[in-house]
Design a protein around this ligand. Structure first.
Ligand SMILES: Cc1cc2nc3c(=O)[nH]c(=O)nc-3n(C[C@H](O)[C@H](O)[C@H](O)COP(=O)(O)O)c2cc1C
Ligand code: SF4
Ligand code: SF4
Length: 251
């Protein structure tokens, strides 16, 4: 069973390759949360896998909340892995995952990370679409190697560009405790299609008079709304309008 969350498709790309290599079922954490699922059952021969993007050197709020509310039935030491996609520096999401799982009595056997396009466009410029495609294509052989290692139930720490657990303090300060939605705003061109609201994994957007409004408490800041808007009308802060949009083309 591979539990995954993805804002713009990178982590879904990785999760799909792992599911293909292992034959495991793929479950979307956002969809499970939306359905109010709090219990999942693991078969004795199944793998338990977690695939997610790095947010501020740590776990996305959605993943943390999902694990916090979850009961896993049938765990008896099955092979368990965590695999993150990141852009510049991976940080310590695996350490955070290890602690959360330990509280549930689950041991993490293997940790992986893959460097992909960094979708945090308040800083990074993704307007060169050919470069984004090249980065994504270059990541595929690495993702396939990870998928093969997981299929072979390889144990160990294979995280690239980690940071010490000291960064958890910054992660809490900048992301888990703060995570502002005030910088979201609409530029010209919104066609009122409502896709931002219907595609939001946490239902943090509601439409008012054909315009989106964000609810801070629910937003996990994945930037799917910004990157997938057909009119590129959603901006975050002052710089995103020059930095382009990204959606992983392989999912
Ligand atoms: C809110 C936010 C914070 C991010 N923080 C980091 C980070 O600390 N380090 C990093 O390397 N990448 C960071 N990224 C980039 C993503 O981890 C990376 O682009 C990932 O592949 C996106 O996966 P997804 O397409 O499945 O959402 C961040 C992205 C977002 C949206
Ligand atoms: S912001 Fe974009 S996705 Fe949302 S309603 Fe407007 S055009 Fe559609
Ligand atoms: S409002 Fe946008 S950034 Fe926030 S969770 Fe929804 S899609 Fe992601």
């Amino acid at each position: 069973m591979i539990l995954h969350f993805s804002g713009t498709g990178n982590s879904k790309h990785l999760a799909t390759l792992i599911a293909e290599a292992t034959g495991e079922r793929l479950l979307d954490m956002a969809a499970l949360m939306d359905k109010g699922t709090t219990v999942i059952c693991l078969d004795k021969d199944e793998i338990l896998g977690w695939v997610f993007p790095v947010h501020f050197w740590g776990l996305p709020a959605l993943v943390r909340n999902f694990i916090g509310s979850l009961y896993i039935r049938g765990y008896s030491g099955q092979y368990t892995f965590a695999a993150a996609t990141f852009g510049m520096l991976c940080g310590n999401p695996h350490g955070q995952m290890r602690s959360l799982l330990r509280q549930k009595g689950i041991a993490l056997n293997a940790a992986f990370s893959v460097r992909m396009v960094d979708v945090w466009t308040p800083i990074f410029n993704l307007s060169d679409t050919a470069r984004c495609l090249r980065i994504t294509q270059d990541a595929i052989p690495h993702m396939q190697r990870i998928a093969a290692m997981i299929a072979g139930r390889k144990c160990g720490n294979f995280v690239r560009r980690p940071l010490p657990a000291l960064v958890d303090g910054l992660h809490w300060l900048l992301y888990q405790n703060h995570r502002p939605t005030a910088p979201f705003h609409l530029a010209d061109g919104c066609i009122g299609c409502g896709q931002c609201a219907s595609n939001c994994p946490t239902k943090a957007i509601t439409m008012h008079a054909g315009r989106p409004q964000w609810t801070k408490a629910q937003c996990t800041l994945c930037l799917r709304c910004l990157h997938h808007c057909p009119a590129f009308a959603i901006q975050y802060g002052h710089f995103t309008h020059n930095h382009g949009q990204f959606a992983n083309p392989f999912v």
